[in-house]
Design a protein around this ligand. Structure first.
Ligand code: AHR
Length: 658
C-alpha cells in the first residue's frame, strides 16, 4: 500500500493536490505562560543504547581493522584471510594443534616452499582496510616458525589483489622458534587518496613453516586511546550530548545459550587473552569492546554507564532459579565491583591492573533484557533474587526491571522499568501521548529501546518526524520518563552488515553519517531545559493514522491523530526557552505563539530547522548530508508572534528570556 504521506507528496509535487492530508481548520495557536512552569526535566533524558548488532563494534565504532583477528570466526576456514604470494606457491590453513594459548586455540599455518619468493598472509578487513594519507597505524601480531634463528617479516598496507599499490610498509624481526610478539607502526604517504580497497599483509622471504596468532591493526583512535574507538563515530555521538550509555544489550547480553551470554570476565585484559564469543546476531564478537572499553567510552563522552547484568535467562529459553542462579548473581556483584570498587577490592584491583585505577560512576543497574518476553515465567523470582543481593550490597543503586508488570516483587520494588517501542511513523506520532496518563505514583521509566522503523539501513525523514513527535511526548512526561535511548544505534552499511533495519548512524570502513533521526536526537538533546513549560494549544491540525498490516487485517478503521506536535522547556540558568515544533503535514503551517508572564522575550532568537521535500528523503553513505539541521538567526516581534513551519519540518526555536 502506498504510504499516505508519500502519495500526498507526489500529488503535491505534481501540482494536483494543493493540500489534502488535514482537515480545514483555523490557524493553530499556542499559549505559553512563563510564570507557570511545570515539573523538572530529567537531565538524564537523552542517552545511548548499544550492543553488538549490525557490526556495531567489530567493523563499527571499535577501531580494530583486522577481521577475524584470532582466526576463530570459522572453525574450518581462515575467513577474511588469504594467501599472499608474489609468484606461485605457498599454502595457508587453520591449525588447531598449534596455538598461542587456551583462549585462542587455533593458529593460521603458512607454508613457504622456497626462499626469495615473497609469501605471506593478507587480511581484507571489515569490508576493506581504511587507508588515509599521512596516518600512523599501530599493530602487532604473534608468530612462530618451525626453525630457530632470525625471523624477518614485512608488514604492509597495500591495494587489493588487483592493485599493486603499497601504501605503507615496515620490517619486523625476532629470533627463536617459539611464539613472538611483533609490534610495528605503519605510516601512509601524504599524497594518497583515501580508499578502503586495501589489504593488510604480512610476508616473509624465508622458506619454512610459520604459524600466526592474534593480529591487530589500529588507525588513530578517539583521544588516541589504545584499543579505542573511531574518532568520526565518537564525534557524531559526542555531538548528541548523551547522558548515559545502556550496555551491553539488548539481546547481545542474553545470548542464545548460557555459553554465549555476555560473560564480562572474558572481555578483560590483553587482546591476546580474550577468547571472544559467538554473538546473538549471527557473527562472532572479538570482545575487543570489553567491559573496560565500554566504561572508557562512557568516560570519553562524559556519559554514565547503565549496566545491564545477565539475569539467568537466555534467548533460547533456558533459565536458572534459586541456588542455581546464585553464581550469576555473584557474577553481577563482581561486575559492579569492577566498575565502582576501590583498588583494595578484588575486582577494583583487577580494573587497576587492566589500566584504570580510578573507579567509574555507576547508579543504574538493569536486571536482564526484555523479560516481558520471558517464556519461562521466572523473571519475577529471578528479579527478586538479583534485587535483594544488589540492594543489600549497594543500596545506592537504582534497579531497573525489564518487565513493566514485575515492578512490585517479593523482596523489593523496581526503582524503574524499561519500556521498548519499535513502530512506524504514524504509530509513533499517535503514541506521543503514551505517558500523559501514566500513574505518577508508579515506577519511573526508562524507554531503553525505541525507534520509528521506516527506512533502511538508516531511517528516512518520515521516521524522523515520528521520532520528533514521540520525543515531544517524552519531554512533556519527563517527570516519569527519566531516560530514553534509541536502538539500534549503529549499522555497517555494507552488504551483509545489517541484521536490523532503521539504525541511527551508518558507516563503512572510511566514512560515517547521521540519519535524519540522528539529527532529531541531536537537536532535542542539545536544547533541553531543566523545567517543562506547559503549552495551551488550540486548533492543532489532525491527520488520519496510517494503519500497519496487522491493523488493516483486523479491519480497524484509521483514527484521527494530531499532525502537529509541540513541547517547551526552559533553561533557568541560561535564561532560554526552547520551543520544539513538528509539522508532519505536506504543507506549510502557520502557528500563532503567545508568550505571557512577568518575563519578556528578547527579539533576537535562533531557529534550528530540519526539513525534507518528501517523507522518504534520507541521508546515506553516498549522500550523508542531504538532510541536516539549518541554524539561522530570527527576530521575534513582541511576545505574540506568528511562525510558518515548512511542510515536513522539525523546528527548535531558541528564545532568550529577559
Ligand atoms: O534493538 C534490537 C533488539 O531489539 C534488541 O537486541 C532487543 O532488546 C530488542 O528486541
Amino acid at each position: 500500500m502506498m504510504h499516505f504521506k508519500k502519495l500526498s507528496a507526489i500529488l503535491l509535487l505534481a501540482g494536483i493536490l494543493p493540500c489534502m492530508s488535514v482537515f480545514a481548520q483555523s490557524t493553530p495557536s499556542m499559549a505559553v505562560n512563563l510564570d507557570k512552569v511545570g515539573h523538572e526535566v530529567s537531565p538524564m533524558l537523552y542517552g545511548l543504547m548499544t550492543e553488538e548488532i549490525n557490526y556495531a563494534y567489530d567493523g563499527g565504532i571499535y577501531a580494530e581493522i583486522i577481521r577475524n583477528r584470532s582466526f576463530q570466526d570459522d572453525r574450518n576456514n581462515p575467513v577474511h584471510w588469504s594467501l599472499f604470494s608474489e609468484k606461485q606457491g605457498g599454502t595457508i590453513k587453520l591449525d588447531h594443534k598449534t596455538f598461542l594459548n587456551r583462549n585462542n586455540p587455533v593458529s593460521l599455518m603458512l607454508d613457504v616452499p622456497v626462499s626469495e619468493n615473497i609469501t605471506g598472509i593478507a587480511n581484507d578487513g571489515f569490508w576493506g582496510v581504511p587507508v588515509k594519507p599521512a596516518t600512523v597505524y599501530k599493530g602487532f601480531f604473534y608468530a612462530k616458525a618451525d626453525f630457530d634463528g632470525d625471523h624477518r617479516f614485512s608488514v604492509s598496507i597495500r591495494g587489493d589483489s588487483a592493485d599493486p599499490t603499497v601504501y605503507a610498509t615496515a620490517i619486523v624481526k625476532k629470533s627463536g622458534a617459539d611464539w613472538n610478539k611483533y609490534s610495528f607502526e605503519l605510516t601512509t604517504k601524504q599524497d594518497i587518496k583515501p580508499t578502503s580497497n586495501a589489504r593488510f599483509v604480512i610476508t616473509t622471504a624465508q622458506k619454512g613453516r610459520y604459524w600466526f596468532s592474534v593480529t591487530s591493526l589500529f588507525p588513530p583512535t578517539f583521544r588516541n586511546t589504545p584499543n579505542g574507538n573511531r574518532p568520526d563515530i565518537m564525534q557524531l555521538l559526542s555531538d548528541m550530548k548523551p547522558a548515559f550509555l545502556r550496555l551491553p544489550g539488548g539481546n547481545f547480553l542474553e545470548g542464545g545459550k548460557f555459553s554465549s551470554r555476555y560473560d564480562w570476565k572474558k572481555t578483560l585484559g590483553p587482546l591476546e587473552n580474550r577468547p571472544g564469543h559467538m554473538g546473538t546476531w549471527g557473527y562472532r564478537a572479538s570482545d575487543g569492546m570489553g567491559l573496560l572499553e565500554y566504561l572508557r567510552w562512557c568516560e570519553d563522552l562524559n556519559m554514565e554507564p547503565l549496566l545491564a547484568v545477565f539475569a539467568g535467562y537466555t534467548l533460547g529459553g533456558d533459565h536458572l532459579e534459586g541456588a542455581y542462579l546464585q553464581p550469576f548473581i555473584d557474577e553481577a556483584l563482581d561486575e559492579i565491583e569492577y566498575v565502582i570498587g576501590d583498588v583494595n577490592t578484588k575486582w577494583g584491583a583487577q580494573r587497576a591492573k587492566d589500566g584504570h585505577p580510578k573507579a567509574f560512576p555507576l547508579r543504574y543497574i538493569e536486571i536482564g533484557n526484555e523479560d516481558f518476553f520471558d517464556r519461562s515465567g521466572s523473571y519475577k523470582e529471578r528479579f527478586a533474587q538479583f534485587y535483594k543481593a544488589i540492594k543489600t550490597k549497594y543500596p545506592q543503586m537504582t534497579i531497573i526491571s525489564t518487565s513493566g508488570k514485575e515492578f512490585d516483587v517479593p523482596g523489593g520494588k523496581a526503582d524503574m522499568i524499561d519500556d521498548h517501542y519499535y513502530r512506524n511513523a504514524s504509530e509513533m506520532e499517535g503514541m506521543s501521548t503514551q505517558y500523559d496518563d501514566y500513574d505518577r505514583n508508579g515506577p519511573k521509566v526508562i524507554v531503553g529501546e525505541w525507534a520509528t522503523r521506516e527506512g533502511s539501513p538508516t531511517p528516512n525523514f518520515n521516521a524522523a518526524l515520528g521520532d520528533a513527535a514521540w520525543l515531544t511526548g517524552l519531554e512533556r512526561n519527563s517527570d516519569v520518563v527519566l531516560m530514553s535511548c534509541y536502538a539500534p544505534l549503529f549499522v555497517n552499511v555494507n552488504p551483509g552488515g545489517m541484521q536490523w533495519k532503521s539504525d541511527l548512524i551508518g558507516y563503512n570502513a572510511l566514512n560515517s553519517y547521521g540519519s535524519p533521526s540522528y539529527y532529531v536526537q541531536k537537536m532535542f538533546s542539545n536544547h533541553l531545559g531543566d523545567k517543562y513549560v506547559p503549552i495551551q494549544a488550540e486548533n492543532i491540525p489532525t491527520q488520519f493514522e496510517t494503519l500497519n498490516e496487522k491493523d488493516i487485517a483486523s479491519g480497524r478503521k484509521p483514527r484521527k491523530i494530531p499532525a502537529m506536535f509541540y513541547v517547551a522547556t526552559k533553561d533557568s540558568k541560561k535564561k532560554l526557552l526552547y520551543l520544539k515544533l513538528v509539522n508532519t503535514q505536506n504543507k506549510a503551517q502557520k502557528v500563532n505563539i503567545d508568550i505571557t508572564g512577568t518575563e519578556q522575550i528578547l527579539p533576537a532568537a535562533t531557529l534550528v530547522e530540519l526539513s525534507a521535500m518528501y517523507p522518504e528523503a534520507t541521508n546515506s553513505i553516498k549522500e550523508p548530508t542531504n538532510i541536516v539541521p539549518v541554524k539561522s538567526d530570527i527576530r521575534i516581534n513582541g511576545n505574540a508572534f506568528t511562525r510558518e513551519l515548512p511542510a515536513y519540518s522539525i523546528a527548535v526555536i531558541v528564545l532568550k528570556i529577559k
